[in-house]
Write a protein that binds this ligand. Structure first.
Ligand code: IVH
Length: 654
């Protein structure tokens, strides 16, 4: 009889699950499916349920959190957790390097620096005894931190048991952070439950890790990067670079975006690179950490009171700063939507002076309870328009003013409407509103619409403000002289723009439909409409029923299209544009199912139900080619009454 040794099976399952965890969370390269992993996990879970004595603290099942604590216990760090000095520019970086060199006995030699992203999360120290995770502590004041072991146990990037070979005592230092993708999902979940969202991934990471109930931490998408050592019972590496490899081999994720620089100028180059590419990373970084690579040199450099002499943080200019809202303007868009924009006390964010931030809509203002006079935190990510993250409520003095929706359009003073169920407030005056006219013209001339090169927003605003241009039709009547005087530009540049306007007369139906700026009709819809209706007349006279047959067109878009063409001003505009010479090639229906697509037809004689011209158009609209003369290539000859000589020619060819 075979005796099943359960503890051996448990050990086997631990090893398997740890190895698969490592492949998944550290190498990003799993070799089994989630279902296979779950199967192993549940087998272990079942064994432990029936045999609680086999459930150890380092079991892979112990990542779900445990009963809430009353408060966090204190942990004394055996090796203090220090902070880093900061530098903000190249000359400060050079001063750091000089301090390093001055302290080293062989300053003529090259010192190598290891550059790492400065992760914006929380520093943590993880203690392993004989390879088993026993304690996690926050930095606290550097000497005493809080015991967050239960919480860290739920973070799957942190191994519960080290892999490979390791000293008896190991303390791993690193950063707990929340990936940006996980942060976004978490905030969506919180908002759905009408709970307070986190302002940024750092706050979310801190709020999630410092939970007395570790079952909550277990549901938060936290992650971990290792970057150093605390207490170790035996040395593990000679350099920082090697150290990261060792940490990685024990099962810890380490940042990949690292660089070994052989000069301080190479550090600067890598800093520039990181700053440029920081938005491509799925985690937030607020600078670069520069460390003397050689551990022996680190030791001889030693520490200042709170930070090492061998490392510094080269910080990025802040992307989140505080400023004051001086007022709110409502900007009128092409379709009349009024967008609130905050006027800010100018402030530098990430190296760029910012004086406006979008407020999106009134709902957003109410949700964030933004008032004029408020101190707010603004953030600029990548090249996007800055946003207001949150109000600093503590700074309120009582004079802040609530923002009320405008009762009339700020550009044309016409009354505004707010459709029930829509968050947007609109000026419904269309082309009679000067702001909408300007935006409509900007859209009309844009690259994907009529593609008028050189006719930018500024010039269009000038043309409208001086009364030279009211509608797109007027563009085609502006002279080189008018333009050169107005824009104070040379005759050559003015001629180029006028030529570009003239050239735009020759276009396609889909571009023209898109250029009209019908609400919700983007490029793709315009193309579908053109292919379905083939002619502008067909489109303009299409019923709701017909419109709904077009790919991608639902009742709302169909309604916008109908409303647009029912407006007499738009009918006048379209006809005037055709009058000034806008034209496009005819479209043929390329219905590959149609057996007459691409076939060559010749018409002859008098047809009964339609004229030859009508028949020709109809055939062309179905994708057929209509030719005047018969040849060997002709597929069909349509003969009416009195067909003439063509029928004989056909007979001679067969
Ligand atoms: S090494 C002796 N490396 O920056 C100090 N720190 O101000 C050793 N940080 O509290 C720190 N990324 O939370 C180091 N790659 C990195 C880091 C990093 C972020 C944080 C850490 C520390 C703070 C120092």
């Amino acid at each position: 009889m075979m005796v099943i040794n359960l503890s051996q099976r448990v050990e086997y399952l631990h090893k398997q699950l740890n190895a698969h965890n490592y492949r998944y969370y550290v190498l990003n390269d799993p070799i089994i499916s989630d279902a296979e992993y779950d199967e192993l996990f549940h087998e272990l879970w079942r064994i432990e349920e029936k045999n609680p004595e086999l459930r150890t603290h380092d079991s892979p099942t112990q990542r779900v959190g445990s009963a809430p604590l009353a408060l966090f216990a204190s942990v004394q760090h055996t090796v203090p957790m220090l902070s880093l000095s900061n530098v903000f520019n190249l000359s400060e970086l050079e001063a750091f390097e000089k301090r390093v060199r001055d302290r080293l006995p062989f300053s003529r030699d090259k010192v190598a620096y290891f550059c790492e992203p400065k992760l914006d999360g929380l520093a943590i120290s993880l203690r392993y005894e004989k390879g088993v995770f026993v304690c996690a502590a926050t930095r606290g004041d550097g000497q005493i931190g809080e015991n967050v072991t239960d919480n860290c146990r739920t973070i799957r990037h942190i191994p519960l048991k080290l892999l490979g070979t390791y000293p008896d005592i190991v303390e791993v230092r690193g950063e707990v952070y929340m990936p940006i993708s996980g942060f976004k999902q978490l905030n969506m979940r919180l908002e759905e439950k009408q709970e307070k969202a986190f302002a940024n991934p750092r706050n979310a990471a801190a709020g999630s890790l410092r939970q007395l109930d570790s079952r909550i931490t277990a549901r938060r998408p936290l992650a971990f990067f290792a970057y150093g050592f605390g207490e170790v019972s035996a040395p593990c590496a000679l350099t920082q670079q090697e150290g990261l490899d060792v940490l990685n081999s024990w099962g810890f994720p380490v940042a990949k975006d690292v660089f070994l620089a052989t000069s301080i100028h190479a550090c600067q180059q890598y800093y520039d690179f990181l700053q440029k590419h920081r938005h491509a990373l799925d985690y937030e970084i607020d600078g670069m950490v520069i460390k003397v690579n050689d551990f022996a040199l680190q030791e001889s450099l030693g520490f200042l009171s709170r930070s090492p002499r061998w490392a510094t943080a080269y910080k990025f200019p802040a992307i989140e700063v505080s400023t004051v809202i001086e007022g709110v303007d409502f900007q009128v868009g092409r379709t009349g939507a009024l967008t609130p924009v905050a006027r800010l006390q100018p402030v530098s964010v990430g190296g760029v002076v910012v004086s406006n931030a979008t407020l999106h809509n009134m709902d957003e203002i109410e949700r964030k309870d933004i008032r004029i006079g408020d101190t707010v935190i603004i953030r600029r990510a990548g090249d996007v328009i800055p946003e207001i993250v949150h109000v600093v409520v503590e700074k309120r003095v009582g004079h802040e003013e609530k923002i009320s929706p405008p009762s009339c359009c700020p550009a044309c003073q016409h009354s505004v409407e707010r459709v029930v169920g829509e968050t947007v407030i609109r000026c419904s005056r269309g082309l009679d509103c000067i702001a909408q006219r300007k935006e409509m013209l900007v859209h009309f001339s844009s690259r994907r619409a009529m593609n008028i090169e050189g006719l930018g927003e500024k010039l269009i605003y000038q043309l409208v403000d001086t009364g030279l241009v009211h509608t797109p039709v007027d563009l085609y009547r502006v002279s080189v002289h008018q333009l050169s005087v107005l824009a104070r530009m040379g005759e050559k540049s003015a001629t180029n723009i006028i030529d570009a306007i003239a050239g735009s007369r020759s276009t396609t139906l889909n571009r023209f439909v898109y250029a009209l700026g019908i609400r919700d009709v983007g490029e793709a819809t315009a193309l579908n409409l053109a292919h379905y209706f083939l002619t502008l007349d067909n489109l303009m006279s299409a019923s709701m029923e017909d419109l709904l047959k077009v790919n991608d067109v639902g009742p709302i878009v169909a309604h916008h299209i109908r409303t647009f063409f029912d407006d007499a001003r738009h009918q006048v505009l379209v006809h005037a544009l055709i009058q000034v010479g806008i034209h496009w090639p005819e479209i043929f229906k390329h219905d590959s199912d149609s057996h007459i697509a691409h076939k060559i037809f010749v018409l002859t004689g008098t047809l009964v139900s339609m004229t030859r011209e009508e028949a020709k158009e109809k055939l062309q609209s179905l994708g057929a080619v209509v030719s005047n003369s018969i040849s060997k290539k002709t597929h069909y000859l349509v003969a009416g009454e009195n067909p003439g000589s063509k029928i004989q020619k056909r007979n001679s060819l067969v």
